[in-house]
Design a protein around this ligand. Structure first.
Ligand SMILES: Cc1cc2nc3c(=O)[nH]c(=O)nc-3n(C[C@H](O)[C@H](O)[C@H](O)COP(=O)(O)OP(=O)(O)OC[C@H]3O[C@@H](n4cnc5c(N)ncnc54)[C@H](O)[C@@H]3O)c2cc1C
Length: 422
């Protein structure tokens, strides 16, 4: 066959297309499109990595109602007086300006998986080739008798970042001398397993300075909790006589509250309290349920790429996912987001996909310069994200080691927020 210029150009383009073109360059709409719902630890990381690494080959839209994301991580340190609220706030300006991510400040209100579209509260509709859901948590209705979302002003949960945390801090500051702070702790599984107990430590730290005769009661539906020996050692050393933990074996799961009367009833005993933090049972953020990818509570995913077990074109990250052995943490969500971003980019552009590896560390501050940690590495198996090996601080560690652990957590915070937003 004689090659004329036209045919040569044609075959050249076809060859180039075969080598370079996006695998899923869907007919009629140019670049492949990724929509990410939720601009937190999982969603912001996933959007940033896909946009950054695909260098404009993929259209990335991030849907997040808030203009400022206040991290839950380090929010306990704000309660303890170690951070200001502004230290916890991050915005999306760099994601839009540096990586051309289309940041849409709105709520996603529906997902049509057949049409591959997301409806927004503002009325617009977004089409996707791949959808990433990282909406965090919502609370299980009726989980704590007497409490509902309408009670969150009287008895804050402070388990989503921002105003709830500020409200809880104000209530602690307003407690009368010798007053009582109560916490209703959540059942497993929940966001940040050491979170309630770090919070108790930080509340005790604040009260010790301003209101040292105050008392803290924790009603807990669990018989044991994360880093228990470390927290209880710290509470005994630093806050002796202040904290009463009532676990499941002592009726801690048999609890109701009355937000109007400000009472907490634990195993039949009614206590008048001055501040109360109710952290109800949790489930995946509601949009995951509306997308039809949950089992009623959490969204089961495949460990290799965080794709939903219901729909290969929907990925679920972070707290909302049911993935196996990883705790629900910001570190976990960030780690899962990078695995997901790599897989989504591979599926859409043919780029190399690396085997999934995950890691997590949860630091907690017990008192000034007294940090502890627990962490692990994980791999993807056919069944789940499976723990490979782990580590945990031990009781009786030196003050130097505890200080170094706290400083390590400061470095981690700077690193993860840069990995999400800069
Ligand atoms: C007190 C406390 C302390 C913690 N400390 C640590 C710690 O030290 N280390 C650590 O690793 N983790 C910590 N965590 C846990 C960590 O905050 C979460 O695990 C992490 O934020 C989960 O990330 P995510 O992306 O799943 O959800 P999030 O970070 O909560 O992000 C979800 C986002 O989705 C948005 N969203 C929800 N629904 C919609 C919708 N319909 N449309 C659009 N957007 C939507 C929300 O506005 C939100 O911004 C702590 C949590 C708490 C409560």
């Amino acid at each position: 066959m004689k090659l004329n210029r036209r045919l040569f150009l044609g075959t050249g383009v076809a060859a180039a297309a075969a080598l370079n073109a996006p695998v899923l360059l869907a007919a009629g709409h140019g670049k492949p499109r990724v929509v990410v719902i939720g601009g937190g630890a999982g969603g912001a990381t996933a959007a940033r990595y896909i946009a950054k690494d695909s260098k404009g080959e993929i259209d990335v839209t991030l849907v997040e109602p808030s203009r400022t994301y206040f991290t839950c991580f380090f929010s306990n340190l704000y309660l303890g007086g170690f951070k200001e609220i502004d230290d916890l706030g991050h915005n999306y300006g760099t994601l839009a300006a540096k990586y051309a991510i289309n940041v849409v400040h709105d709520w996603a209100v529906d997902v049509d998986r057949d049409a591959k579209t997301v409806s927004l509260a503002g009325g617009s509709t977004l089409s996707y080739d791949k959808l990433i859901l990282s909406p965090g948590i919502d609370f299980v209705d009726g989980a704590v008798e007497g409490w509902s979302l309408t009670s969150q002003n009287a008895m804050p949960h402070a388990y989503k970042g921002g105003s709830q945390t500020e409200l809880l801090k104000a209530k602690i500051a307003a407690m009368p001398e010798g007053g009582i702070f109560a916490m209703v702790a959540p059942p497993n599984p929940f966001r940040c397993p050491p979170g309630p107990y770090e919070r108790v430590s930080m509340v005790a730290h604040a009260l010790k300075a301003t209101n040292p005769t105050a008392k803290i009661i924790i009603a807990d539906p669990k018989a044991k909790f994360s880093k228990q020996a470390l927290f209880q050692e710290g509470w005994g050393d630093r806050y002796a006589g202040m904290i009463d933990w009532i676990g499941a074996d002592f009726g801690g799961g048999n609890v109701s509250v009355d937000p109007d009367a400000m009472t907490v009833t634990i195993d039949g005993e009614v206590t008048q309290v001055d501040a109360c933090n109710v952290i109800p049972a949790m489930k995946a953020g509601r949009i995951a349920e509306m997308a039809g990818v949950t089992d009623g509570n959490w969204a089961p995913v495949n460990a290799a790429d965080m794709s939903s077990k219901t729909d290969a074109d929907v990925h679920v990250l972070g707290d909302a996912s049911q993935q196996g052995d990883m705790p629900k943490s910001g570190f976990s969500a960030n780690s899962q987001a990078k695995v997901c971003a790599n897989a989504v980019r591979g599926a859409l552009t043919g780029s190399k996909v690396f085997p999934a590896k995950f890691s997590n560390t949860c630091w907690s501050l017990i008192d000034t310069d007294n940090g502890v940690k627990v962490g692990a590495t994980y791999e993807a198996t056919d069944e789940k994200i499976a723990k490979v090996d782990g580590f945990i601080s031990t009781t009786g560690e030196s003050a130097e080691l505890r200080k170094a652990t706290y400083e390590e957590s400061e470095g981690w915070y700077a690193g993860i927020t840069a990995d999400m937003f800069s």
